[in-house]
Design a binder for this molecule. Structure first.
Ligand code: HEM
Length: 197
C-alpha cells in the first residue's frame, strides 16, 4: 500500500507536469479549459474540474506514454490452467508487459507520441478500444485498488499547478527514469513563477 499509493502517484504527476510544461500549446489549451469555471482567485476543487475532458486527457496520456509501472507483477497461473491469449498450464508465471502494450502500435496510431487530443475522439468504438488497451492500472481482479484516489489526486493537483504556476524547464533538461519496482522519474528541474490572477 505504501509503495503503490505513493511512488506511482508521484511518477504519474511528475511525468504529467514534465510533458505539459515541455509542450506549451497543450499547456495553453489546458489552461483555457478551466477559465470560465474556476474563479480567478480560487483553487480548483474536484467537483469543479473532474469533468473537464482536456484535463482528463492530460492525465490519461502521460500515464500511457510513461506508465508508473512498466511491467506487471508476476502472477502464477492457478490450478487447472487458464485461457490467457491461448491455454496456459497451471504453475506458469505470467505478467503484463505494460510499457510495451501501451506504446505498441496495435491499437493506436503514433503510439509512442504524447498526444492528449487522442482521448477526445468522438468515435465510440475507437475510444472503447483505447480504454480496453489502457492498462496503466493493470486489469482483472488484481488491478489497482487505489485508482479512484489516484484520479482524485491527479485531477486536483494538476489543475491547481497549471492554474497557479507558470513554469519553464531548465535549458537542456532531459528527464531520466530509474527502472526499479516502479519506473521512477528523476527530479524535474524547472523554474516556476506564481501566475498573476
Ligand atoms: C497513478 C497512480 C497509480 C498507478 C499508475 C497505479 C498502478 C498500479 C498497478 C499497475 C497495479 C497492479 C500491479 C500489478 O499487478 O502489476 C496496482 C496495484 C495496486 N495499487 Fe495502484 N497505482 C496507482 C495509485 C495507487 C494508490 C493511490 C493506491 C492506494 C492508496 C494504490 C494501491 C494499490 C494496491 C494496494 C495494489 C495491489 C492490489 C492487489 O494486488 O490486489 N495504487 N497499482
Amino acid at each position: 500500500m505504501m509503495n503503490f499509493g505513493t511512488e506511482t502517484t508521484t511518477a504519474a504527476m511528475t511525468n504529467a507536469i514534465f510533458l505539459l510544461y515541455s509542450n506549451p500549446a497543450i499547456l495553453q489549451k489546458l489552461s483555457l479549459e478551466r477559465y470560465n469555471v474556476v474563479p480567478a482567485d480560487t483553487i480548483p476543487t474536484y467537483d469543479k474540474v473532474s469533468r473537464f475532458p482536456y484535463l482528463r486527457a492530460c492525465i490519461e496520456e502521460p500515464r500511457r506514454v510513461s506508465p508508473a509501472r512498466s511491467f506487471g507483477l508476476p502472477i502464477i497461473v492457478p490450478k487447472g490452467g487458464k485461457e490467457i491469449a491461448g491455454r496456459l498450464p497451471e504453475g506458469v508465471i505470467v505478467s503484463v508487459p505494460t510499457y510495451s502494450l501501451l506504446r505498441g502500435g496495435v491499437v493506436l496510431k503514433d503510439a509512442s507520441e504524447y498526444i492528449p487530443n487522442r482521448w477526445l475522439t468522438d468515435d465510440l468504438e475507437e475510444k472503447k478500444k483505447m480504454l480496453n488497451n489502457h492498462m496503466s492500472f493493470s486489469t482483472g481482479p488484481r488491478a489497482c485498488i487505489g485508482r479512484n484516489i489516484a484520479y482524485f489526486e491527479q485531477t486536483v493537483v494538476i489543475a491547481t499547478i497549471v492554474k497557479v504556476f507558470g513554469g519553464k524547464l531548465n535549458d537542456g533538461f532531459q528527464p531520466e527514469t530509474q527502472e526499479q519496482f516502479n519506473s521512477n522519474p528523476g527530479e524535474l528541474l524547472m523554474g516556476i513563477t506564481r501566475r498573476l490572477f
